[in-house]
Design a protein around this ligand. Structure first.
Ligand code: IPD
Length: 298
């Protein structure tokens, strides 16, 4: 891993821990939360904590790296411009931040809540930190430098054998979009994967943590349509460094070998297996089951 990337990771860890203290304090005293609906949608929430944590993270990072770019969930939502500007030929390091991933969990007191911080260069996440301050789980990953949870290398041992979907614990999410076309596509995908059959299905309510649980080996696979770059950027490097595979599924004719586009609004991933061909086969069997959901690229 490059020295620059190591320094980015150091700052990301520091500010994630600081943000985590704010999130934990607010989680424990939820009565004073100020909650707003995004686009008048009861399934898409934002709180004052999301906004203030994002502002604090960016103010710290901007002071360290004034020439870098900064993309955050709440700033992007407030500006109404969903184009992140993240493209494959951009050399400028871009910090991609979700201050509270799992806002609905946060509001309801369900403890899968994380701050996610990534550095993306040329469209590829090179540093990722996903911190759940409620459960005190710190996931970190560095391109070509490995990944860990609370300083233990991922995946956590013992790594269970996994040869096919039939013995897999999988995860997906319904997202915040309640349009019937989108829901039909998601439920059809869920039906097909679970009927394949998969052993069990979970929904944790935080895309970044779900990917980290795949990296950890507690979940075997995960897919979702509707995710944004800030939900998946940090966890992508953590999962890859843990030997997992991550891919897009919006283009049925595309190859799983194409580099994962964090802005494409979808994800499918599988954890490390003893033999990679098993992970590849599981990834492919999920990808071919999924029907495209037409979201505009971030
Ligand atoms: C959401 C969560 C959720 C996923 C959504 C995300 P937020 O992020 O990760 O699990 O289903 O797609 O938008 O809004 O809590 O930061």
């Amino acid at each position: 891993a490059s020295e620059d990337h190591k320094e980015y990771l150091k700052h990301a860890l520091h500010i994630a821990r600081t943000a985590g203290q704010t999130i934990l304090a607010a989680f424990n005293t939820r009565s004073s939360l100020h909650i707003d609906l995004k686009n008048d949608n009861d399934a898409d929430l934002v709180t004052q904590v999301d906004r203030s944590v994002e502002a604090a993270i960016f103010s710290y990072l901007r002071a360290q790296y004034p020439s870098h770019r900064f993309v955050g969930e709440e700033g992007t939502a407030a500006s109404g411009d969903t184009n992140t500007g993240i493209v494959a030929n951009d050399e400028t390091p871009t910090w991609v931040v979700d201050p509270v991933d799992g806002t609905t969990n946060f509001v309801h007191g369900f403890p899968f809540v994380a701050v996610s911080i990534a550095v993306v260069i040329r469209g590829t996440p090179v540093v990722g930190v996903v911190y759940n301050p409620i459960m005190n789980e710190m996931f970190q990953g560095l391109l070509n430098g490995g990944s860990s949870m609370n300083d233990i290398a991922l995946p956590l041992p013992p790594v269970r054998p996994l040869k096919s979907l039939a013995s897999a614990l999988v995860a997906t999410e319904y997202g915040s979009d309640r349009g019937s076309e989108v829901l039909d596509a998601k439920f059809a995908a869920l039906r097909d994967v679970v009927g394949s059959p998969a052993r069990g299905v979970r929904s944790l309510g935080s895309a970044s943590l779900t990917m980290c649980y795949v990296a950890r080996g507690a979940l075997d696979a995960y897919w979702e349509a509707g995710v944004h770059a800030w939900d998946v950027a940090g966890a992508t490097v953590i999962l890859r460094e843990a030997g997992g595979l991550v891919s897009n599924w919006s283009k049925p004719d595309s190859s799983a070998a194409e580099p994962y586009d964090i802005c494409a609004r979808n994800v499918v991933c599988v954890r490390k297996t003893a033999e990679e061909l098993h992970a590849k086969a599981i990834l492919e069997s999920i990808r071919t089951t999924l029907r495209p959901v037409g979201y505009t690229r971030d």
